[in-house]
Design a protein around this ligand. Sequence first.
Ligand code: MG
Length: 335
Amino acid sequence: MSFSSRVFDLHLRHPFQIARREAMRVRPIVLLEANGGVGEASPSSYYGDTVETVLAALEAFRPVIEENPPIEVAVRRMNELLPRHPSAKAAVDVALHDALGKRAGLPLYALLGLDKNGTPLTSFTIGIDRLEVIAEKIAEAAAYPVLKIKLGTPRDEEILKTVRAATDKVIRVDANAGWTREEALRWVKRLADCNVEFVEQPLPPDDLEGLRLVKEASPLPIFADESCVTSADIPRLVGCVDGINIKLMKCGGLREAWKMIHAARTFDLKVMLGCMVESSVAITAAAHLSPTVDYADLDGNLLITNDPYEGATVEAGKLVLPDRPGLGVVKREKR
Ligand code: MG
């Protein structure tokens, strides 16, 4: 059995900023090769991960990987060894799925019994920036029919005006927990006339009662992102939101994401698959699950200039899955 990991710096096309933190220019990820499969951790400090914690967790998981048990067992063993560390677990989970697909000679979507033609459109994210740069980013995003706009700032009104002056496309709004209850109640009504599809995480993650109040008052659907980390969070969100945003790097991999999709369906919640800034390895892994969800926001690899792999692509906004076995990702030549 094989195991190797390396740190790789993803370079952002534009510095990427959201409500709660400074702009990011470089995103270090950890690429994992395990048992013939490739995986990726894109560590988010918001969920307690750094490159250092990923590398340490992967070392702790090494004996599990070397035993090469069924994926279900590997995931259970990792959870027994260490709580948290979702992006390191996602790297292992994705690599084992890739390896399984390669052994079976099947693309991951086929292994999961999914229809590759059923992939959704993905949104393209416009981060917080100076107004003239926001207008430039919207022009650069001409190929994408749906945009995701980051709000939750003191400049929301001017950002929205800039966006709406630049495009009449459908937009999704993500406040990244940046509003108070009063602001959120005002904004959901304000956005209802602006060709907005839904509003993501208007309030801080723990304010479920606030989310319930906003959902009840909102003409637009409300999605939970920071409030919904794993499947364990879903039951208490029922009645508080209309849908959830699932990310491999916060839930711990495809196995848990799949569980979250089924749990959400049980409670009649809509499902979006989202991402961090990630390479085509993690984006392609999530894309293979995307025929089962309502919305995708799988654009992390579109925001970088030095993607180390190629995999899922986007045509007229729609995710296109590779037909090669496993994830179907291929290493790019060094540039
Ligand atoms: Mg979000």
